[in-house]
Design a protein around this ligand. Structure first.
Ligand code: PHE
Length: 327
Protein backbone atom coordinates (compact mmCIF):
# COMPACT_ATOMS: atom_id res chain seq x y z
CA UNK A 1 0.00 0.00 0.00
CA UNK A 2 2.84 2.36 0.87
CA UNK A 3 4.39 1.88 -2.53
CA UNK A 4 1.17 2.46 -4.39
CA UNK A 5 0.52 5.64 -2.47
CA UNK A 6 4.02 6.84 -3.24
CA UNK A 7 3.52 6.23 -6.96
CA UNK A 8 0.21 8.03 -7.06
CA UNK A 9 1.73 10.99 -5.24
CA UNK A 10 4.59 11.07 -7.73
CA UNK A 11 2.22 10.92 -10.65
CA UNK A 12 0.16 13.77 -9.27
CA UNK A 13 3.23 15.89 -8.62
CA UNK A 14 4.51 15.65 -12.17
CA UNK A 15 0.99 16.09 -13.34
CA UNK A 16 0.51 17.99 -16.53
CA UNK A 17 -2.92 17.97 -18.05
CA UNK A 18 -1.47 17.78 -21.55
CA UNK A 19 -0.35 14.21 -20.85
CA UNK A 20 -3.97 13.24 -20.79
CA UNK A 21 -6.17 13.48 -23.87
CA UNK A 22 -8.70 15.29 -21.86
CA UNK A 23 -9.90 15.94 -18.40
CA UNK A 24 -12.14 12.93 -18.42
CA UNK A 25 -9.27 10.43 -18.95
CA UNK A 26 -7.47 12.10 -16.07
CA UNK A 27 -10.49 11.75 -13.83
CA UNK A 28 -11.06 8.13 -14.84
CA UNK A 29 -7.41 7.27 -14.24
CA UNK A 30 -7.62 8.28 -10.58
CA UNK A 31 -11.26 8.19 -9.66
CA UNK A 32 -12.82 5.86 -12.23
CA UNK A 33 -15.45 3.60 -10.63
CA UNK A 34 -13.77 0.31 -11.55
CA UNK A 35 -10.11 0.88 -12.27
CA UNK A 36 -9.39 4.28 -10.81
CA UNK A 37 -6.11 4.15 -8.90
CA UNK A 38 -7.60 5.70 -5.79
CA UNK A 39 -10.80 3.66 -6.06
CA UNK A 40 -8.76 0.47 -6.04
CA UNK A 41 -6.81 1.69 -3.02
CA UNK A 42 -10.03 2.41 -1.17
CA UNK A 43 -11.18 -1.15 -1.87
CA UNK A 44 -7.87 -2.53 -0.67
CA UNK A 45 -8.27 -0.76 2.65
CA UNK A 46 -10.47 -3.70 3.78
CA UNK A 47 -7.58 -6.04 3.38
CA UNK A 48 -5.11 -4.32 5.64
CA UNK A 49 -4.96 -4.57 9.42
CA UNK A 50 -7.50 -2.43 11.27
CA UNK A 51 -4.93 -0.38 13.16
CA UNK A 52 -3.42 0.89 9.90
CA UNK A 53 -6.72 1.44 8.13
CA UNK A 54 -7.36 4.81 9.68
CA UNK A 55 -4.01 6.35 8.71
CA UNK A 56 -4.15 5.03 5.14
CA UNK A 57 -7.78 5.99 4.80
CA UNK A 58 -6.87 9.53 5.70
CA UNK A 59 -3.98 9.66 3.20
CA UNK A 60 -6.13 8.28 0.39
CA UNK A 61 -8.86 10.80 1.17
CA UNK A 62 -6.32 13.62 0.99
CA UNK A 63 -5.18 12.35 -2.41
CA UNK A 64 -8.75 12.20 -3.62
CA UNK A 65 -9.22 15.82 -2.61
CA UNK A 66 -6.04 16.78 -4.41
CA UNK A 67 -7.21 15.11 -7.64
CA UNK A 68 -10.55 16.86 -7.39
CA UNK A 69 -8.83 20.19 -6.79
CA UNK A 70 -6.68 19.78 -9.90
CA UNK A 71 -9.77 19.01 -11.93
CA UNK A 72 -11.53 22.09 -10.61
CA UNK A 73 -8.59 24.41 -11.22
CA UNK A 74 -8.18 23.11 -14.75
CA UNK A 75 -11.87 23.58 -15.47
CA UNK A 76 -11.77 27.11 -14.16
CA UNK A 77 -8.70 28.05 -16.17
CA UNK A 78 -10.05 26.61 -19.40
CA UNK A 79 -13.61 27.81 -19.09
CA UNK A 80 -14.98 24.34 -19.19
CA UNK A 81 -18.69 24.26 -18.87
CA UNK A 82 -20.77 21.13 -18.88
CA UNK A 83 -17.59 19.09 -19.04
CA UNK A 84 -16.90 20.18 -22.60
CA UNK A 85 -13.61 21.93 -23.30
CA UNK A 86 -13.94 25.14 -25.24
CA UNK A 87 -10.56 25.35 -26.82
CA UNK A 88 -9.04 28.76 -27.05
CA UNK A 89 -7.46 29.42 -30.41
CA UNK A 90 -5.76 32.81 -30.52
CA UNK A 91 -5.68 32.75 -34.32
CA UNK A 92 -9.46 32.76 -34.46
CA UNK A 93 -11.10 36.10 -35.32
CA UNK A 94 -12.78 37.73 -32.32
CA UNK A 95 -16.52 37.57 -31.85
CA UNK A 96 -18.01 40.65 -33.41
CA UNK A 97 -20.81 42.47 -31.66
CA UNK A 98 -23.60 43.30 -34.07
CA UNK A 99 -24.41 46.97 -34.14
CA UNK A 100 -28.10 47.69 -34.57
CA UNK A 101 -29.42 50.33 -36.92
CA UNK A 102 -31.67 53.28 -36.33
CA UNK A 103 -35.33 52.74 -37.16
CA UNK A 104 -36.23 54.35 -40.51
CA UNK A 105 -38.88 56.54 -38.87
CA UNK A 106 -36.41 57.74 -36.24
CA UNK A 107 -33.98 58.68 -39.00
CA UNK A 108 -36.60 60.93 -40.57
CA UNK A 109 -37.71 62.32 -37.21
CA UNK A 110 -34.11 63.26 -36.34
CA UNK A 111 -33.68 64.84 -39.74
CA UNK A 112 -36.82 66.97 -39.33
CA UNK A 113 -35.75 68.11 -35.85
CA UNK A 114 -32.39 69.08 -37.33
CA UNK A 115 -34.00 71.04 -40.19
CA UNK A 116 -36.19 73.04 -37.83
CA UNK A 117 -33.53 73.65 -35.23
CA UNK A 118 -31.59 75.46 -37.94
CA UNK A 119 -34.34 78.05 -38.19
CA UNK A 120 -34.73 78.55 -34.46
CA UNK A 121 -37.47 76.07 -33.55
CA UNK A 122 -37.10 74.44 -30.15
CA UNK A 123 -38.17 70.84 -29.57
CA UNK A 124 -40.75 69.90 -26.93
CA UNK A 125 -42.58 66.70 -26.01
CA UNK A 126 -46.19 66.19 -25.06
CA UNK A 127 -48.17 63.36 -23.43
CA UNK A 128 -49.85 60.68 -25.54
CA UNK A 129 -52.66 60.36 -23.00
CA UNK A 130 -54.63 63.58 -23.13
CA UNK A 131 -57.77 65.11 -21.76
CA UNK A 132 -60.62 66.42 -23.86
CA UNK A 133 -59.74 70.08 -23.31
CA UNK A 134 -56.18 69.90 -24.72
CA UNK A 135 -57.07 67.58 -27.59
CA UNK A 136 -60.38 69.15 -28.65
CA UNK A 137 -62.07 71.96 -26.74
CA UNK A 138 -59.16 74.40 -26.46
CA UNK A 139 -58.47 73.81 -30.15
CA UNK A 140 -61.89 75.19 -30.96
CA UNK A 141 -63.49 71.78 -31.41
CA UNK A 142 -66.49 71.97 -29.05
CA UNK A 143 -68.38 68.92 -27.80
CA UNK A 144 -70.82 67.45 -30.36
CA UNK A 145 -69.15 69.46 -33.12
CA UNK A 146 -69.12 67.38 -36.33
CA UNK A 147 -65.42 68.04 -36.81
CA UNK A 148 -64.72 65.63 -33.92
CA UNK A 149 -65.74 62.88 -36.33
CA UNK A 150 -62.72 63.72 -38.49
CA UNK A 151 -60.63 61.90 -35.95
CA UNK A 152 -62.11 58.69 -34.59
CA UNK A 153 -60.96 58.64 -30.99
CA UNK A 154 -59.83 55.94 -28.55
CA UNK A 155 -61.28 56.91 -25.18
CA UNK A 156 -59.65 55.60 -22.04
CA UNK A 157 -62.19 57.13 -19.69
CA UNK A 158 -65.52 58.93 -20.05
CA UNK A 159 -66.54 61.93 -17.91
CA UNK A 160 -63.98 63.21 -17.45
CA UNK A 161 -62.90 62.34 -20.96
CA UNK A 162 -59.40 60.93 -21.10
CA UNK A 163 -58.17 59.73 -24.46
CA UNK A 164 -55.22 58.81 -26.63
CA UNK A 165 -54.34 62.04 -28.43
CA UNK A 166 -55.63 62.08 -32.00
CA UNK A 167 -53.10 64.66 -33.13
CA UNK A 168 -50.06 66.52 -31.85
CA UNK A 169 -51.94 69.85 -31.96
CA UNK A 170 -52.62 69.29 -28.24
CA UNK A 171 -48.96 70.21 -27.70
CA UNK A 172 -49.72 73.70 -29.06
CA UNK A 173 -52.18 74.22 -26.21
CA UNK A 174 -49.85 72.79 -23.56
CA UNK A 175 -46.97 74.99 -24.67
CA UNK A 176 -48.92 78.20 -25.31
CA UNK A 177 -50.59 77.97 -21.90
CA UNK A 178 -47.22 78.00 -20.14
CA UNK A 179 -45.18 80.43 -22.28
CA UNK A 180 -45.37 83.94 -23.57
CA UNK A 181 -44.82 84.61 -27.27
CA UNK A 182 -42.78 84.93 -29.38
CA UNK A 183 -41.87 81.24 -29.83
CA UNK A 184 -41.12 78.71 -32.52
CA UNK A 185 -41.84 75.17 -31.38
CA UNK A 186 -41.61 71.69 -32.86
CA UNK A 187 -42.99 68.48 -31.42
CA UNK A 188 -43.00 64.95 -32.81
CA UNK A 189 -44.76 61.91 -31.45
CA UNK A 190 -47.30 59.14 -31.71
CA UNK A 191 -50.98 59.82 -32.29
CA UNK A 192 -53.88 57.38 -32.28
CA UNK A 193 -57.05 57.06 -34.33
CA UNK A 194 -59.51 54.24 -34.60
CA UNK A 195 -58.73 53.44 -38.22
CA UNK A 196 -58.52 50.16 -40.07
CA UNK A 197 -55.00 49.03 -40.73
CA UNK A 198 -54.02 49.17 -44.38
CA UNK A 199 -50.95 49.85 -46.48
CA UNK A 200 -51.47 53.60 -46.05
CA UNK A 201 -53.04 53.90 -42.60
CA UNK A 202 -52.69 52.54 -39.10
CA UNK A 203 -54.37 53.08 -35.72
CA UNK A 204 -51.11 54.66 -34.54
CA UNK A 205 -48.82 56.93 -36.48
CA UNK A 206 -46.35 59.75 -35.94
CA UNK A 207 -46.99 63.43 -36.43
CA UNK A 208 -44.80 66.50 -36.45
CA UNK A 209 -46.40 69.62 -35.08
CA UNK A 210 -44.81 72.97 -35.70
CA UNK A 211 -46.06 76.40 -34.64
CA UNK A 212 -44.73 79.90 -34.66
CA UNK A 213 -46.25 82.83 -32.84
CA UNK A 214 -45.02 86.41 -32.95
CA UNK A 215 -46.18 89.87 -33.96
CA UNK A 216 -47.09 90.03 -37.63
CA UNK A 217 -46.63 86.37 -38.57
CA UNK A 218 -48.35 85.90 -41.92
CA UNK A 219 -49.38 83.17 -44.31
CA UNK A 220 -46.29 83.86 -46.42
CA UNK A 221 -44.11 82.92 -43.40
CA UNK A 222 -45.99 79.63 -43.26
CA UNK A 223 -45.51 79.00 -46.99
CA UNK A 224 -41.81 79.77 -46.83
CA UNK A 225 -41.31 77.46 -43.86
CA UNK A 226 -43.06 74.57 -45.63
CA UNK A 227 -41.03 75.17 -48.80
CA UNK A 228 -37.87 75.20 -46.71
CA UNK A 229 -38.81 71.87 -45.09
CA UNK A 230 -39.68 70.15 -48.37
CA UNK A 231 -36.58 71.46 -50.13
CA UNK A 232 -34.37 70.34 -47.25
CA UNK A 233 -35.88 66.86 -47.35
CA UNK A 234 -36.23 66.27 -51.06
CA UNK A 235 -34.31 68.95 -52.91
CA UNK A 236 -36.51 70.89 -55.32
CA UNK A 237 -39.92 69.26 -55.26
CA UNK A 238 -43.27 70.47 -56.51
CA UNK A 239 -45.82 71.16 -53.76
CA UNK A 240 -49.21 72.83 -53.74
CA UNK A 241 -51.35 74.43 -51.05
CA UNK A 242 -54.99 73.39 -51.28
CA UNK A 243 -57.63 75.32 -49.28
CA UNK A 244 -58.99 73.17 -46.47
CA UNK A 245 -60.69 73.31 -43.11
CA UNK A 246 -59.44 72.79 -39.56
CA UNK A 247 -61.34 74.20 -36.57
CA UNK A 248 -58.13 75.57 -35.02
CA UNK A 249 -56.70 77.38 -38.07
CA UNK A 250 -58.17 80.06 -40.30
CA UNK A 251 -57.41 80.14 -43.17
CA UNK A 252 -56.41 76.48 -43.45
CA UNK A 253 -54.70 74.52 -46.16
CA UNK A 254 -53.51 71.05 -46.99
CA UNK A 255 -50.17 70.55 -48.63
CA UNK A 256 -49.77 68.03 -51.44
CA UNK A 257 -46.54 66.88 -52.94
CA UNK A 258 -46.13 65.74 -56.53
CA UNK A 259 -44.78 62.23 -56.46
CA UNK A 260 -44.88 59.47 -59.09
CA UNK A 261 -47.18 61.55 -61.31
CA UNK A 262 -49.78 62.06 -58.61
CA UNK A 263 -50.47 64.58 -55.84
CA UNK A 264 -50.11 63.11 -52.35
CA UNK A 265 -51.45 64.87 -49.28
CA UNK A 266 -48.79 65.13 -46.58
CA UNK A 267 -49.84 67.81 -44.12
CA UNK A 268 -52.41 70.20 -42.77
CA UNK A 269 -51.60 73.78 -41.86
CA UNK A 270 -52.97 77.27 -41.42
CA UNK A 271 -52.97 80.47 -39.42
CA UNK A 272 -53.84 79.75 -35.79
CA UNK A 273 -57.44 80.78 -35.13
CA UNK A 274 -57.63 83.85 -32.81
CA UNK A 275 -60.08 81.89 -30.68
CA UNK A 276 -57.40 79.30 -29.90
CA UNK A 277 -54.99 82.05 -28.88
CA UNK A 278 -57.59 83.50 -26.55
CA UNK A 279 -58.28 80.07 -25.03
CA UNK A 280 -54.69 80.11 -23.78
CA UNK A 281 -54.68 83.81 -22.85
CA UNK A 282 -52.59 85.09 -25.72
CA UNK A 283 -53.62 88.49 -27.03
CA UNK A 284 -54.88 87.74 -30.54
CA UNK A 285 -54.87 91.45 -31.46
CA UNK A 286 -51.15 91.63 -30.85
CA UNK A 287 -50.03 88.18 -31.88
CA UNK A 288 -50.63 85.88 -34.82
CA UNK A 289 -49.12 82.57 -35.73
CA UNK A 290 -49.14 79.57 -37.99
CA UNK A 291 -49.23 75.84 -37.27
CA UNK A 292 -48.78 72.72 -39.31
CA UNK A 293 -49.16 68.98 -38.75
CA UNK A 294 -47.19 66.52 -40.84
CA UNK A 295 -47.60 62.73 -41.00
CA UNK A 296 -44.21 61.04 -40.69
CA UNK A 297 -45.21 57.63 -42.08
CA UNK A 298 -46.71 59.12 -45.24
CA UNK A 299 -43.66 61.24 -45.80
CA UNK A 300 -41.30 58.34 -45.27
CA UNK A 301 -43.17 56.18 -47.80
CA UNK A 302 -42.13 58.75 -50.36
CA UNK A 303 -38.61 59.25 -49.11
CA UNK A 304 -37.84 55.52 -48.99
CA UNK A 305 -40.15 54.54 -51.84
CA UNK A 306 -41.91 51.97 -49.67
CA UNK A 307 -45.43 50.88 -50.53
CA UNK A 308 -46.75 49.64 -47.19
CA UNK A 309 -46.46 51.40 -43.82
CA UNK A 310 -47.04 48.13 -41.99
CA UNK A 311 -43.39 47.34 -42.77
CA UNK A 312 -42.38 49.90 -40.17
CA UNK A 313 -44.06 48.09 -37.31
CA UNK A 314 -43.40 44.43 -38.04
CA UNK A 315 -39.90 44.44 -36.54
CA UNK A 316 -38.46 42.40 -39.38
CA UNK A 317 -34.71 42.81 -39.11
CA UNK A 318 -34.24 42.15 -42.83
CA UNK A 319 -36.31 45.26 -43.50
CA UNK A 320 -34.98 47.43 -40.69
CA UNK A 321 -31.28 46.91 -41.27
CA UNK A 322 -31.42 48.40 -44.74
CA UNK A 323 -31.66 51.95 -43.45
CA UNK A 324 -28.62 54.06 -42.82
CA UNK A 325 -28.81 57.19 -40.74
CA UNK A 326 -26.85 59.23 -43.31
CA UNK A 327 -30.24 59.49 -45.03
N1 PHE B 1 -53.91 68.40 -36.36
C1 PHE B 1 -54.26 68.30 -37.76
C2 PHE B 1 -54.54 66.85 -38.09
O1 PHE B 1 -54.11 65.99 -37.37
C3 PHE B 1 -53.16 68.80 -38.64
C4 PHE B 1 -52.94 70.29 -38.48
C5 PHE B 1 -52.02 70.75 -37.57
C6 PHE B 1 -53.66 71.20 -39.25
C7 PHE B 1 -51.82 72.12 -37.42
C8 PHE B 1 -53.46 72.54 -39.12
C9 PHE B 1 -52.53 72.99 -38.20
O2 PHE B 1 -55.17 66.54 -39.06
Amino acid sequence: MDKKIYEIKKELKCFHMKTYNNLETFRIKFLGKKKGLLTILFKELNKIPINKRKTFGKIINELKKEVQKKIDIFKHKNFIKNEKIIKFDPTFPGKSIEIGSIHPLSIIINRIIDIFQKIGFIYVDGPEIEDDWHNFTALNIPLFHPSRDMQDTFFLHKTPDILLRTHTSSVQIRYMKEHNPPFRVLSIGKVYRNETISSKSNFMFHQTEGFYIDKKVSFSDLKQTIHYLINSLFGEEKIRFRPSYFPFTEPSAEVDIYCNREWLEIMGCGMIDPKVLENVNIDSEMYSGFAFGLGIERLSLMIYKIKDIRNYFENDIRFLKQFKSEF
